[in-house]
Design a protein around this ligand. Sequence first.
Ligand SMILES: Nc1ncnc2c1ncn2[C@@H]1O[C@H](COP(=O)(O)OP(=O)(O)O)[C@@H](O)[C@H]1O
Ligand SMILES: [Mg+2]
Ligand SMILES: [Zn+2]
Length: 485
Amino acid sequence: MAYTVIARRWRPKKFEDVIGQPHIVTTIKNSIRSGRIGHAYLFTGPRGVGKTSLARIFAKAVNCVHGPTPDPCDRCEICLSINNGNFVDVNEIDAASTRKIDDIRELRELVKYMPFKARYKVYILDEAHMLTGEAKDAFLKTLEEPPGHNIFILATTEPQKIPPTIMSRCQRFDFRRIPQSEIIGKLRRICEEEEISYEESAFYYIAEEADGSLRDAESLLDKVIAFSDGRITEKDVIRVLGLVEKRVLYELCSSIAKEDVISGLKLIQECVERGYEVTRIYRGLVNTLRNILFVKLFGGIPDFLSLEKEEIEQIEAITKDMEYYEIQNMLNYLLSKEDLFRGTFPRITLEVLYINLCNLTKLRRITKVGALALEEKITEEKDKRGEITREFLLNYIKGKVPLLAKALESQEIEIDKGRITILYDDTLKIFLSDPSFPLQIKNLIREAKGEEVEVELKEKKELKKDLLEEYIQEAERIFNTREDT
Ligand SMILES: Nc1ncnc2c1ncn2[C@@H]1O[C@H](COP(=O)(O)OP(=O)(O)O)[C@@H](O)[C@H]1O
Ligand SMILES: [Mg+2]
Ligand SMILES: [Zn+2]
């Protein structure tokens, strides 16, 4: 017997078999149960998510010998022939190949007749957006006619191309991508029922590659089964799908985090030599960064991601001193360059992008160091801007004019806002012979604090002899050292 592909063998036959579209299934079942059957439906959504399958189940539900029922029997003559695709009153029309106006004219004739056997004639118009202008008009006329016994189900992956005139006559259902976890569950069920042994991790790769399309996932499973030797392994899947192992992708990301551009480039080189397509590496990197970003952002695995436990550890190691927005920046950057891979030099493109990613981390580190330095500088500035104290004054002056500092040490200094009063004794007299002395002090303070102060001098009568001596000694010491050098 000829082999039928999994996607066909496993086409859902009852509403309950349809996975990932609970909102649609519930609404349709309820409308059938309550006898509110519409006459034109629009099923939109990506490919391989159950549009055609649900349209057929719908046809059975309204036409089953025991119906209309939300629970078609799947055993009566009508149900069975709808399953086989040869029931006279259910017409599947592929708009992609039925675009000529003549075919639509034929359809317009057809809809006039009563169903042969069923309650309703059901027209499933696949790829409805492919109808050409004239065919669209003719079809619209059909929709405008009194509905009676006809039900139209339009299916399309591109609803934006359906004219509003048609759209407005249909009840619209938006099919969504099937969540990864549900795809994995379905693959597991298929293998169990078909008694194929498997390595669970193999399904992760298939599901990721299928990107929400169950049909694609099932076709990929077919491919892997054909290749594998009785047991489906992660390794086989990677080989068959030409995927880059997660280990390699995490290593690439880890090298970025460590700014280890050389190891990363070597790894890319190895991958290319082993025959990986460059765009695969690129896509793998984008996917991995996305996973990393979400784990960082959510602080764990969000339920829409299927990741294995070890991946979390790897991600944590990579991101331990990264902020989520840094990863977001990298992802942004990578995504913005997608077009380049269609060019002549995909490999060099990847290498350059990779180097730039490493530079992004480097930049981050430099910025961090820069920020620290800036902080230090700010604290320093604050110090500078602090109050003028005697201690500060003398320390500062010591760095500039040591002798003056020494002379000032013995003076009484009163510091008030905007005014410094020096009660001087003989020790300072040597400086006072210079009439610009108060101005010098003024300038020093301006330089140190950026503040204007008045400097006032008041003579103190009492002379401290020992201090004068000390001062003279210090002066000699300073002049002697100068001479020595
Ligand atoms: N929601 C779903 N639930 C169960 N199986 C599905 C679903 N979507 C797709 N499939 C599988 O993929 C095959 C093709 O699905 P189909 O209904 O033709 O998708 P579409 O019309 O959206 O492209 C089905 O035969 C079935 O094996
Ligand atoms: Mg389809
Ligand atoms: Zn039936």
